[in-house]
Every structure is written in C-alpha cells, then in structure tokens.
Design a protein around this ligand. Structure first.
Ligand SMILES: *Cc1c(COP(=O)(O)O)cnc(C)c1O
Length: 398
C-alpha cells in the first residue's frame, strides 16, 4: 500500500496495535458467548465487564449506565428515538442544533414525521450554540435537548456544562453526541449534568462497529433492539466481545495519555493554521479559535472548490476532507459551514484536516507547502479569481 499522510482522523482513526492485540484472543481462543453458563464463557464475560468498568470510570459513571452499541450512529438513534417514545406522554418537543451530525439531524427529521416537533437552534459565527436562544426555545412540552459535545467538521467545543445546567433546571433530559470529544477532552457526566452520551470506538483508535450509549440511572428509555436479555435487556444481541475488548483498551490508552496527546496535537494544529494563514491569501479558519478540539483544522479558501483541492492533495499523498465524510459525493455545501454564516461559494472551498499524535512537524510543512501550491494552481484556473484580481488591481492603479 502506498504511504500516505493521514489527516482525516475525524472520519476514522487507525486501530492501535495494542488494541488489535487485546482483541485477537477473543476471536480464536476465548470465543465463548458471554451469556452461556459453562466455565469456558467466563473469560468473555469477564472481558466485557472489564471494558465496561474502564469506560464507566473514564466518565465518572456507574458500570450499569454503559450500554454497548454498534457505534455512534446507533447510540444517537437510540438516545433520540427511545426517549421520544418513552416521554411522549409528557410532551413531544425536542431541541437540537443546526450543526449536529446527520445521525442526530436525520433522526430528528424521522421523529418530525412521527409527530414530534423539533427546534433546530442557530449557532454563532464560531459554531457555538447560543445559550439565551436555548433558554427561549424551552417549552413546557420539551422532553429532550440534544447538543453535540464537539463538532466533527469545525472542531468547536460546545458549552456543555452550561447546557446541562439549563436542562437540569428545567427538568429536561440532556443528550450529547460526544463521538468527537470523548477521549480527547475530559468529560464527567455528573459535573456536566449529562443524562445520555454517545460515543464510537473507531474515532478513538478503537475498532469500527462498536460504541456505547451512556444512560443515566433513572432515565426511562425504551429498548432499541428487541430480543435477548443482553445489556440489561435494553439492547439485545450477542455482545461484540472482540469489539468491546478493543474499545476498552483504546479508552484505557486514550485516558492515560490525553494530556500529552493534547499538547502535541495542539502544537501541530496551531503550527499548521499559522503557516497556511501566513502564506495563503484569501483564506479563513472556520470554527472557534479558543474552544476547539486539539486536532481539528478547518480552512475555507476563496475562489476554489474544496473537492478539487482534495483530489490534488490526494495525488500528493495527503488524506483530508471537505465538509464531513458523509457529505462528500454530494454537491451541497456542508450544513455546518452554512450554519456559521459562510456564503455558498466560500463554504464550497473548505478543507478539514484532523490530526493525530502520529503526525509530525515535517508532515505539516509538506502539507502547508502543498496547500499553498495547489490553491495557487486552482486559482490560476478560476475565472472568478482572475476577475477579482483584475478589478482590484484597476482600483489600486486608479
Ligand atoms: C462519526 C460520527 C458519528 C457516527 O459514528 P459511527 O460510529 O460511525 O456510526 C456520530 N456523530 C459524530 C459527531 C461523528 O463524528
């Protein structure tokens, strides 16, 4: 396989070798079904419990509040649909934001078709949910607030503690999609008043197809998958034992080295932003400059198409993204970039690079050079850019 510079860690991450190693015995030697009663299955049962303990501890939660799922999308669907069903006697109003992942947005649209009402909150120019608008949106029939912990496109970290407090004061459940934040920033479900939290293994150097939903004790949530008694009868199906073991290991490592990783990623992130902003004209940084995921960089370059930029960068061995992985292939600009107020033509010229601790300063230098070169090349072919430069040079002369 050809060598690449991988800067798309918000789309997925490399599974750590230690994680793979921890998983392997659960395919070949300890393959027992945790629900079986004979001694041979004890190892699988014990391994699932151990992972659940590691994860619960990382959030300040109880082990019986962690429910394994097949990933982040399932956790989001479950949190929204099953609480909507369980609480519809109280009301049918849900509050979310315009910048959520599609796993939340499309689930909300589904619920709207089922007679629920959803308020999609605006965000400010940095992608931050406005707390006064949230307060104004609350009604007596509001049953759920779902706001993501950190945005997957622009990296903005939301004021989760404040949102949790507002929800609690009004007796409304609070769900957060923490798929991008969990393991990258410290989270404590009690301190933040979080009632439900979604996460996904493959966004945290764990395997694909495993995630969990944290559900606070006392929340009346319906089962999402009906069948056997696994996951305290709330999510049926034989446990993905290797996946659970791998995710537990990934969480253990992520928690142990969070500080060091954050420091390294933040330095690389800021260096990349500085180089590009210093050297490429008509560029902007999307998302918050202060409350931001340590590994997220998101630029918009005027007069170019993000897709063309990505293809050129791919030819140079660089993996990045324009908008989110789910929107590439469609011609609509990202709903997140539109929500922060970017005009269509600028939103189209966006580039997201999400780093890992494995990236190096040399890679950043190479990527910055390539961006500079490719942006200049694409602008050289852009009639809009030519037009703009002609008008502006005339102005300067005149
Ligand atoms: C990736 C992602 C998801 C979906 O997770 P999967 O495990 O791929 O289903 C949900 N929300 C956010 C914010 C994400 O980044």
């Amino acid at each position: 396989m050809k060598q690449v510079i991988y800067m798309d860690n918000a789309a997925t991450t490399k599974t750590r070798p230690e994680v793979v190693e921890a998983m392997l015995p659960y395919f070949t030697e300890r393959y027992g079904n945790p629900s079986s009663i004979y001694d041979f299955s004890t190892e699988s049962k014990r391994a699932v419990s151990h992972a659940r303990e590691t994860i619960a501890k990382s959030l300040g939660a109880q082990t019986n509040e962690i429910y394994f799922t097949a990933g982040g999308s399932e956790a989001d669907n479950w949190a929204l649909i099953a609480t909507a069903e369980a609480y519809e006697g109280k009301g049918k109003h849900i509050i979310t934001s315009k910048i959520e992942h599609h796993a939340v947005l499309h689930t909300c649209q589904y619920l709207e078709k089922r007679g629920f009402e959803v308020t999609y909150l605006d965000v400010d120019e940095y992608g931050t949910v406005k707390l006064d608008e949230l307060k104004k949106a609350i009604r007596p029939d509001t049953i759920l607030i779902s706001i993501m912990f950190a945005n997957n496109e622009i990296g903005t970290i939301e004021p989760i503690k404040e949102i949790g407090t507002i929800a609690k004061e009004h007796g409304i459940l609070f769900h957060t999609d923490a798929v991008q934040a969990y393991g990258h920033v410290p989270i404590n479900v009690d301190e933040y008043n979080i009632d439900m939290l979604s996460s996904s293994g493959h966004k945290l150097n764990g395997p694909k197809g495993i995630g969990f939903l944290y559900i606070r004790k006392g929340v009346k949530i319906r089962s999402f998958i009906h069948g056997g008694a696994q996951e305290r009868k709330r999510r049926a199906g034989t446990e993905n034992v290797p996946g659970i073991v791998g995710y537990g290991k990934a969480v253990e490592i992520a928690m142990a080295n969070m500080e060091e990783r954050t420091k390294k990623e933040t330095e690389l992130r800021d260096y990349l932003m500085k180089r590009v902003m210093d050297e490429v004209p008509f560029a902007r940084i999307n998302g918050s400059r202060t409350s931001r995921l340590p590994n997220n960089v998101n630029f918009a370059f005027q007069f170019i198409e993000g897709e063309s930029l990505l293809i050129k960068l791919d030819m140079a061995g660089i993996c990045g993204s324009s908008g989110s992985a789910c929107t590439s292939g469609s011609l609509d600009p990202s709903h997140v970039l539109l929500a922060i107020g970017l005009p269509h033509e600028i939103a189209h010229g966006s580039l997201r690079l999400t780093l890992s601790e494995e990236n190096t300063r040399e890679e950043i230098d190479y990527v910055a050079e390539q961006i500079k070169e490719v942006v200049a090349y694409l602008r050289g072919m852009s009639p809009l850019y030519e037009d703009y430069m002609r008008k502006n040079s005339k102005k300067r002369v005149g």
